[in-house]
Design a protein around this ligand. Structure first.
Ligand code: ARG
Length: 293
């Protein structure tokens, strides 16, 4: 594609080919869609009348896991439980920063037992600081972590009080962002941290402005003036529900408009097909909880 062609700089005659960024090894927690189905609807993407092909969901999920492994990342597995069809969306089970685990408290009763399942996993794997939260938060669904900040969505799932709770627990500034479009009901459907080693003008973030209130859009523009701003079409393809290791960005293949701008910024987009899981309202990021040591 044209975006990779060398463009000589008018002044220096030097090539402006972007240098690729550096990946850092990650540890992820995932849960296979063994019991995945859509029997209730708690977001506009879920239609219980539409059949789900669970085998296809498993194949697509397995490809995501295999891709992480091939990039050198660790993938831990959470045991799937019958009766919890959304458990494949492991990102919602907790938020882990500096090895501290803030548990989840789900907004909807259908998913409530997933919170204990995730806390039990962290307890069994030697994490000493696990907090049973007082306020509703759905883990990394609404919490995104940059070098110094925690960006926190609210409006559909996480309660505003959960933001103060997260700030106190993690000891990091939490920036609240108001979500206003029900199709983008979790922050991770509308915003993705591409580079979590820097903040400010250099910060690597991509987001879809239409998902946020006017004030929150201004906050994002102030914090991340160089952000990759996504179109509605790419956001609807769940292109922002992506996972980055600082260099490789795993995202739905259908979000075609994001590939060239990502490459221009030195990232390597890796397209995946997770369409079957989209019937539950989730994609790459929703299936992936990052365990930040
Ligand atoms: N069906 C799930 C729900 O509505 C999907 C969760 C998607 N997860 C995410 N991190 N956005 O709760």
């Amino acid at each position: 594609p044209g975006d990779r062609t060398q463009q000589p700089d008018a002044a220096t005659g030097h090539s402006k080919e972007p240098s690729l960024r550096t990946a850092s090894p990650r540890r992820y927690l995932m849960c296979p869609p063994t019991h995945f189905e859509v029997t209730y609807s708690i977001n506009p993407w879920m239609d219980p009348a539409k059949p789900v092909d669970r085998r296809l969901a498993l194949t697509q999920w397995e490809e995501l896991r295999r891709t992480y492994l091939s990039l050198g990342h660790d993938v831990e597995l959470l045991e799937p439980r019958a009766g919890l069809p959304d458990m494949v969306f492991a990102a919602n089970g907790a938020t882990v920063v500096d090895g501290r685990v803030l548990g989840a408290r789900f907004a909807h009763p259908q998913r409530a037992p997933e919170a204990a399942a995730a806390r039990e996993w962290f307890a069994a794997h030697g994490f000493p600081d696990i907090r049973l939260p007082e306020h509703v938060n759905e883990g990394e669904g609404d919490f995104a972590v940059t070098a110094n900040l925690v960006l926190a969505g609210r409006g559909f799932r996480a309660s505003p009080e959960s933001h103060a709770e997260a700030q106190e627990f993690f000891g990091r500034p939490v920036v609240g962002l108001d979500l206003v479009d029900p199709r983008f009901y979790h922050l991770d459907t509308a915003l993705c941290v591409l580079d979590d080693a820097v903040d400010g003008a250099d910060a690597g973030v991509m987001y879809y402005p239409g998902a946020f209130s006017p004030g929150s859009r201004k906050v994002l523009a102030r914090l991340f003036p160089e952000a990759l701003v996504a179109t509605e079409a790419d956001a609807l393809a769940f292109g922002l529900n992506a996972v980055s290791d600082g260099r490789n960005v795993l995202l739905p293949q259908a979000a075609t408009g994001l590939f060239a701008p990502l490459r221009e910024r030195g990232y390597e987009p890796v397209g995946l097909d997770l369409d079957e899981l989209l019937k539950g309202g989730g994609s790459v990021k929703c299936c992936t909880l990052e365990i930040r040591a």
